[in-house]
Design a protein around this ligand. Structure first.
Ligand SMILES: Nc1nc2c(ncn2[C@@H]2O[C@H](COP(=O)(O)OP(=O)(O)O)[C@@H](O)[C@H]2O)c(=O)[nH]1
Ligand SMILES: [Mg+2]
Length: 203
């Protein structure tokens, strides 16, 4: 966005939305978070880098939206806590390690157990088939089939092949999310659920 465009945005005011980055450990969540922050830097005055146990929170800006992005621990022992951390989440970004064929079913199971949680019933769902820079990666279509995304009936969802290392796919991914959430809100649809998981919207 041009400087002039940015100044107008500031006058009009940004919307604030929350994203949760979830997925098995080592899929590329933290690498994605910092690549997103490089591509979509936050306002210098914005708050950033809040660390609480299991979560790193960073801000990114795209179009008219300031996103607070929660990078949540994906280790097995931490997954049962995901549902307590997704209060007020407008967009779920589920990062899949497309190289890890052995754990693709485990990723699918983890995905479905969180996506059906009532705290995410209004959220837009973005799946990143990450590590596409590697030749042996499963394609986004393979990941879509493995996660059985077509079975999702009550969510707006999208899948993009990405590389958190190179940034490939991240513009398309964030564009989809920003445009989808803006459209939902313009139609008066809710994009999150507040205060049902027991974890209050502190951040
Ligand atoms: N080749 C490749 N490696 C990646 C990519 N994203 C992450 N990695 C690597 O995968 C490992 C785990 O990444 P990390 O972001 O820590 O995963 P997290 O546990 O989900 O936060 C690290 O060694 C990263 O460098 C990617 O798109 N391509
Ligand atoms: Mg991490």
């Amino acid at each position: 966005m041009s400087r002039l465009g940015q100044s107008f945005r500031r006058l009009l005011g940004y919307k604030e939305m929350r994203l949760a980055l979830l997925g098995l450990d080592a899929g590329g969540k933290t690498t994605t978070l910092y690549k997103l922050q490089e591509l979509f830097p936050p306002d210098p005055a914005g708050e950033k880098n809040v660390d609480v146990p299991m979560v790193v929170i960073e801000e990114i800006h795209h179009k008219n939206v300031k996103f607070r992005v929660w990078d949540v621990d994906g280790a097995k022992r931490a997954r049962s806590a995901w549902r307590f951390l997704v209060d007020s989440t407008d967009g779920l970004v589920f990062v899949v390690d497309s190289l890890d064929r052995e754990r693709i079913d485990e990723a699918a199971q983890a995905f479905h157990s969180i996506v059906t949680d009532k705290s995410l019933r209004n959220s837009a769902i973005l799946v990143l088939a990450n590590k596409q820079d590697m030749k042996t990666a499963l394609s986004p279509v393979d990941v879509c089939v493995s996660l059985d995304l077509h079975s999702l009936r009550n969510h707006r969802w999208h899948i993009v092949g990405t590389s958190a290392s190179t940034g490939e796919g991240l513009y398309e991914a964030l564009d989809w999310l920003t445009d989808t959430l803006n459209q939902m809100q313009a139609r008066g649809l809710p994009t999150c659920v507040v205060g049902e998981s027991g974890w209050q919207a502190w951040f």
